[in-house]
Design a protein around this ligand. Structure first.
Ligand SMILES: Cc1ncc(COP(=O)(O)O)c(C=O)c1O
Length: 386
């Protein structure tokens, strides 16, 4: 077996219909809303989304090319900065572009407008709802967007829209707080705009998410500003809970009483977002049949306990481990582990570090499984251009 991210198409359908329902409810209530697909969360699911009429949101020329290959129409873009080379590639492929700074806008906006691209500016609403400062784009000094209190008055003529992205797997209640702060800070500007993009990070397909609160907030905002097109750009929500990473144990080593199940998958190279994020936030992997164990709770007895394991990645990086976890049964080489909810930010963050092969991709509906992308050493040669 090769490590594989298996996407459950029934769960993708569930997510798509929950997102569609949000759009429909806002529109039925007289509001305006289009929910974009932020490509950065998952490339592997793009072919599945291709016939649904969803517009992509991209952050680079590479993503714009990918969106053009799979999704209809031109995409919306937010780019931290654009180079001349990138401009040549991205400009034919996008309809909306949010600049991260006035200098970037000054450099590219008139060229963008002459191509029919509607230009906007990312702002920092300075209303933090994230628990983790490293993941908080609203913190002071963050490189993203102009501070809401420092917007020039009047704004440059090219600014047709405002964009913010303030959330990361947050609730509707958190969103409402940011939206209120945004509206209060830019109410004098909104009449001169034609659109606002209220970012991603809305976990609006999860079971516990209050979609009614999101719908009501956007409807109210939209009725107060009926001239504005409103966009959301979630990524993770589209694939939430749909992807399971299946990995095989290739060896079990025991060193100083610490047992490590070595995997055919590198956490460091292929799930760096989860590794780094997990280290910052303390979030464990969700592994079927395993319970994370607090390192501080472990005593000598636990260490020698048969069924407490670390997971070890296949790369040479010492940090390529996660754990410890406890399970009911002793593990064996050849066993398969199922890591839940790994469909977002895994297939997009992999590197070919160490020449280790990233997970392959499968689509699954019930018992029917189709391998969509199989990754092997040939892919590595292609990726490094040899
Ligand atoms: C500008 C922007 N938009 C959208 C997203 C998508 O966020 P999420 O996948 O959490 O919905 C991100 C994620 O980092 C982002 O930076």
């Amino acid at each position: 077996m090769v490590a594989t991210i298996s996407y459950d198409l029934d769960i993708l359908d569930r997510n798509i219909s929950r997102i569609r329902e949000i759009e429909n409810q806002v529109r039925e209530g007289g509001g305006n809303l289009t929910i974009l697909y932020a490509l950065k969360a998952s490339y592997a699911t793009l072919p599945y989304f291709s016939s649904l009429g969803i517009t992509g949101e991209v952050s680079s020329a590479g993503e714009a090319l990918l969106s053009a290959a799979h999704l209809p129409g031109k995409s919306h873009a937010f780019c931290v900065s654009i180079t001349e080379d990138e401009w040549r590639e991205i400009s034919p492929l996008i309809s909306h572009l949010s600049f991260n700074s006035l200098t970037q806008g000054g450099r590219f906006a008139s060229r963008a407008e002459s191509l029919g691209i509607s230009c906007g500016l990312r702002i920092n609403p300075r209303h933090s709802v994230s628990t983790y400062p490293e993941y908080d784009p609203c913190r002071a000094g963050c490189r993203f967007g102009l501070d809401i209190g420092e917007l020039p008055n009047p704004l440059p003529q090219w600014v047709s829209g405002l964009h913010f992205h303030a959330l990361s797997e947050n609730s509707a209640e958190d969103f409402v707080r940011v939206l209120d702060a945004f509206e209060a800070g830019v109410s004098h500007i909104l009449p001169s705009l034609s659109w606002v993009n209220l970012g991603g990070g809305h976990l609006c397909t999860s079971e516990s998410y209050r979609r009614d609160i999101l719908v009501a907030a956007i409807q109210r905002f939209s009725l107060r500003h009926p001239h504005l097109a409103i966009y959301l750009e979630p990524g993770a929500a589209w694939v939430w809970e749909a992807g399971t990473l299946e990995v095989e144990i290739t060896d079990i080593v025991e060193r100083s009483g610490v047992k490590t199940a070595v995997l055919d998958f590198s956490i460091r190279a292929h799930a760096s977002d989860f590794l780094i994020g997990g280290q910052m936030t303390g979030l464990p992997f969700d592994v079927e049949g395993f319970t994370p164990v607090e390192e501080s709770d472990i005593n000598e007895e636990d260490l020698s306990e048969r069924n407490t394991y670390h997971f070890g990645g296949s790369s040479c990086a010492t940090c390529d481990t996660k754990g410890p976890y406890r399970t009911e049964q002793e593990l064996r080489t050849g066993d398969t582990l199922r890591l839940r909810n790994m469909g977002h930010y895994v297939d997009v963050t992999f590197s070919w570090f160490n020449g280790t092969v990233p997970p392959s991709i499968a689509y699954q509906r019930g018992a029917m499984r189709e391998m969509v992308v199989v990754r092997d050493a040939q892919g590595f040669r292609g990726a490094i251009g040899m």
